[in-house]
Design a protein around this ligand. Structure first.
Ligand code: FES
Length: 352
């Protein structure tokens, strides 16, 4: 996929295998997985250089480090998606692909000891990061009970359908999957709705305060799930969502409380870069103008690729759908929607 390999700003991966999982959805397996450190549930940000600029897209990692699988990602063909069409239609085994590494916060907590149950709600290609998480939990945390509610048009359209059924048989005491197909004759079970979701929560026994919920799918689908869970009294830190198509969401841009130019010192791979950030540039935009290579993908505060740690000063975010209160208290911030305010700022990169 690339004509010439640029300098050391990117990692170069070689496609080892391409698997057609369902219509318009393929797994891409890479042979240079030692170059990438990742956690289950994260994504890989791929880069395509057009000659004039570059296009970045993030694709969920479907492999699990716990199973010693080669690194793989899931790609769904989007009708007007330049990158996904290029991958699905033209990429071949042996092709090189540029990437900036793994990122994202749709992952397991560092301390899993309080957790006894995890519910996963996935729709369509939203299964991709969920598949990696499920495989990891099954292998690594034998006491955790897993329930998957997975919506699709039909069994043929359900990515990883057979593998999930196999896992269900292999871990029959720990893993239960409910498949919903909109082609089902029983309309009550064709799509996930409030009543059906309440039914799923009622038929399974679990300890409310020791349960996590993960959801990945279209925005309206995730919204319904999160509203219902919050209504049922589950706090937001027990609910994680992954917006796998964040570029399509528009949001009104807020103005920072301070638009004065400030100096940013940014530690990247052992080097400290200093540059000024003039509003309306974000920290990321100002860095890119200085040709400083920082990780990013969505540029809308939704994916977490650009996460950095603020060591000194204050960064104001115009939008944030990815960092939790706890992350913010620990100093994490997002450069793509971040502006330095009330003085100069010292940052350090956090993604792999
Ligand atoms: S690039 Fe996606 S949150 Fe910043």
């Amino acid at each position: 996929m690339i004509e010439e390999i640029p300098d050391n700003l990117y990692k170069v991966l070689t496609i080892q295998n391409i698997i057609e999982e369902a219509d318009d959805f393929k797994s891409f397996v890479f042979q240079d997985d030692h170059k990438i450190t990742y956690l289950p549930g994260q994504f890989l940000t791929l880069v395509h250089q057009t000659g004039v600029d570059e296009i970045r897209r993030s694709y969920s990692i479907t492999s699990s480090p716990a199973w010693n699988e080669p690194l793989s990602i899931g790609v769904k063909r989007v009708a007007n998606g330049i990158f996904s069409r290029k991958l699905i239609d033209t990429a071949r085994i042996g092709d090189f692909i540029l990437c900036t590494g793994a990122g994202g916060f749709f992952r397991l907590p560092e301390d899993m000891s309080p957790i006894s149950t995890i519910f996963f709600f996935a729709a369509g290609s939203g299964i991709a990061p969920v598949f990696s998480l499920i495989k990891t939990v099954l292998k690594t945390y034998p006491v955790i009970q897993i329930f998957l509610i997975y919506s699709n048009q039909s069994p043929q359209a359900a990515v990883f359908h057979d593998q999930l059924q196999k896992l269900e048989r292999q871990y029959e005491k720990k893993f239960r999957a409910h498949f919903l197909f909109s082609s089902m004759a029983d309309l009550r079970r064709a799509r996930l709705n409030r009543e059906l979701m309440l039914e799923f929560l009622a038929i399974h026994q679990f300890e409310k305060d020791r349960t996590l919920f993960y959801t990945c799918g279209p925005a309206a689908y995730m919204r319904m799930i999160i509203y219902l869970l919050r209504e049922q009294g589950f706090p937001s830190d027990q609910i994680k969502k992954e917006d796998f198509n964040p570029r399509h969401a528009a949001f009104p841009k807020a103005i920072p409380p301070d638009t004065v130019t400030h100096l940013v010192s940014f530690e990247v791979n052992g080097h400290t870069h200093q540059f000024k950030v003039n509003y309306p540039d974000t920290i990321l935009r100002a860095a890119l103008k200085e040709k400083i290579a920082l990780p990013y993908s969505c540029e809308t505060g939704k994916c977490g690729s650009c996460a950095a740690r603020c060591l000194k000063g204050e960064v104001w975010l115009s939008y944030n759908e990815v960092l939790t209160e706890k992350d913010l208290l620990q100093g994490l911030t997002l450069t793509c929607v971040g502006h330095p305010v009330h003085g100069d700022v010292v940052l350090q990169i956090v993604s792999s």
